[in-house]
Design a protein around this ligand. Sequence first.
Ligand code: 3HC
Ligand code: NAI
Length: 683
Amino acid sequence: MSAIGSTEVIGQVGILTIDSPPVNALGHAVRVALHEGLAELLADERVKGIVLTCAGRTFFAGADITELGKPFKEPNLDVVFEQLENREKPVVAAIFGTALGGGFEVALACHRRIAVPSAKVGLPEVLLGVLPGAGGTQRLPRLVGVEAALDIITTGNPVGAKKAHDLGLVDKLAEEGKLLEQAIAYCEELIAENAAAPLWRVRDLQDKVELSRGKPEIYADFLKKNARAFRGFKAPFNIVKTIEAAAELSFDDGMKREWELFEELVSSTESAAQRYFFFAERSTAKVSGIGKDVAKLPIKSVGVLGAGTMGGGITMNFLNAGIPVTLVETNQAALDRGIGVIRKNYENTAAKGRMTSEQVEQRMALITPSLSKNDLGEVDLIIEAVFEELGLKKEIFGELDKIAKKGAILASNTSFLDLDAIAASTSRPEDVVGLHFFSPANVMRLLEVVRGAKTRPEVVATAMNLGKIIGKVPVLSGVCDGFIANRVMVQRGFAADQLVLEGPTPEQIDKALYDYGFAMGPFAMIDLVGLDVIGRGSNERTLYSDLVALDRLGQKKNGGFYDYDEKRNATPSPVAAKVIADLAAFKGVTAKGEKSDEEIVAALLYPVVNEAAKVLEEGIALRASDIDVACVLGYNWPVYTGGPMFWADTVGLTKIVDGLKAMGIEPAKLLLEKAESGTSFTR
Ligand code: 3HC
Ligand code: NAI
């Protein structure tokens, strides 16, 4: 038998263990091992029942994602399922770690499932733009009913073993550390039971799905309720159809339907983008020249300077990870306000039942409030999140240099300022790094780690690793104005400001971007943030300065690009329209006629792609996929387009180059080279 699988017989129980690091994904070699191992145990006369399990850190984590969308190599899972499900020997899946996707589908084809309490099970295929294609959509509803299945499969959220046990997805809980022996004992019980009467199989169950038969409104209502969350994605819609099939069709017909709908998804651009993104997110941490051998500095305590919008959110990340934070402000009122916001956030989470009040207190107890930087002498990492002023930041870093212990990391959360200039105000620029969080910092998953000219490798390695510890996706950036995400995305705003002078209204522009998949368009966003905030610092006459001059600050005061009623519903604003027309006349911008949504999207997003090409060309980002990760996780760029770089490749780089030239924008060198050579950023 293949080296990946091993068998053992204990009494009348045969054990098949698969060992394919890192996560026992069900690639071809694993399927071969499963098929051969099962064949051996099924043929062994001593064996009356089988325990299926894995070695390493987890039960099967799903299909091998790199194989999806490629021609299939036999044996496929159907062959394995036939061995698991249709022979006279009962099979128990012994689950630990994560049984996900195809991995959980394997478990569902076994007669019974036993799991340790720390295990998780689930069908996350939706996150890859596909659906469970190995019977998950047909078997899972038979165990938990249609409504729970809709929820589990369309969110892809894993279910903890205890809840899975309550729901019936797992039949028995084992003690931690005793999974195998208890799985064997369970298998022996099943052997005895099976001798009396054949065991039920999941595929035979009817009672739960029957309850939903002939009720199409269940699916219509579910889609309506989730319209916002599903917008732009393809997979949730096909998933709903497969679950309806589970209720309406025979098991075999349901399986056929599942496969048709799976194939439709696996060949879609949306799924290709989401699968690309799965690996993109995981590759950001790989930095050439900084291998596993580079020592990471221990971060056992943190200091945060500034308890404003960002400082508070940043602090929460560390409290959540159990790392104590000394939070420093300039005055008691600001300190109290900042800590009050943190408490309120936790209490809101607790009110939703996602945290206990004891946990709230545990986290709050990790904060040491302070009005003096001198209290930061012993912490391992200091993150500065004070006002965005270079002079102030330089002064603060100069002081920190004197206070911080030797080897401590000094980080700035600056959005746009020159990190090297900040570092130069210390005697230890090698210990200075940018830790650029995105607002709200306790929620957004992106963390840009900014490597200064002198930042030492250990500090970079520590910062990247720390990102993971606090649940972020760290993306490395070089020093430039705006780093990666802000620098490329700001182009969208500039383009919108120009386009609106040329004829399309804020409503048309916002709608085109919303339909593309952003949560809101640029003008709605500005109204939300506040025109006074966005327009600050510009000496030129702009739409912002003109609207602010009329005291139109956005949603918070008198409307901005839109008018608002008391419920904050937006309507087109005649006042804003006049401001736009007047500025266009002042600047001599002539109307360029109607634009389609596609043209609007091109006008706003091709400049983003162009800037992204420069970011790559200059070595600010290590790879194209890092830019995509930054835009998706930092700006909610729709993941089913893959991000600006993947999307650009989908559109075609020649088309983008031509579009930029037509807008009078010079294409980046790298973009031109790729377009001319017929190569791509991401494929
Ligand atoms: N296929 C291929 N590679 C996979 C993989 C998979 N299913 N799951 C993980 N990997 C790789 C990762 O890319 C990573 O590789 P790297 O070390 O070279 O970067 C390595 O395994 C370890 O993965 P993580 O860094 O994600 O490890 P964690 O311990 O943080 O998480 C996990 C483990 C929870 C299992 C997580 O990897 C995960 O969620 N995996 C994907 C699960 C999934 O989506 N399964 C469904 C697949 S689709 C399917 O099954 C279709 C079927 O219905 C027909
Ligand atoms: P903020 O104005 O909400 O908070 C700044 C806080 O710093 C205030 O509470 C202020 O009292 C305090 N402060 C000022 N000087 C101080 C000092 N010497 N010592 C201690 N505290 C001091 O500002 P915000 O939005 O939190 O921004 C902070 C930094 O984060 C800026 O550099 C900003 O560019 C950056 N940033 C902001 C983002 C955002 O969306 N707001 C996103 C990412 C980065």
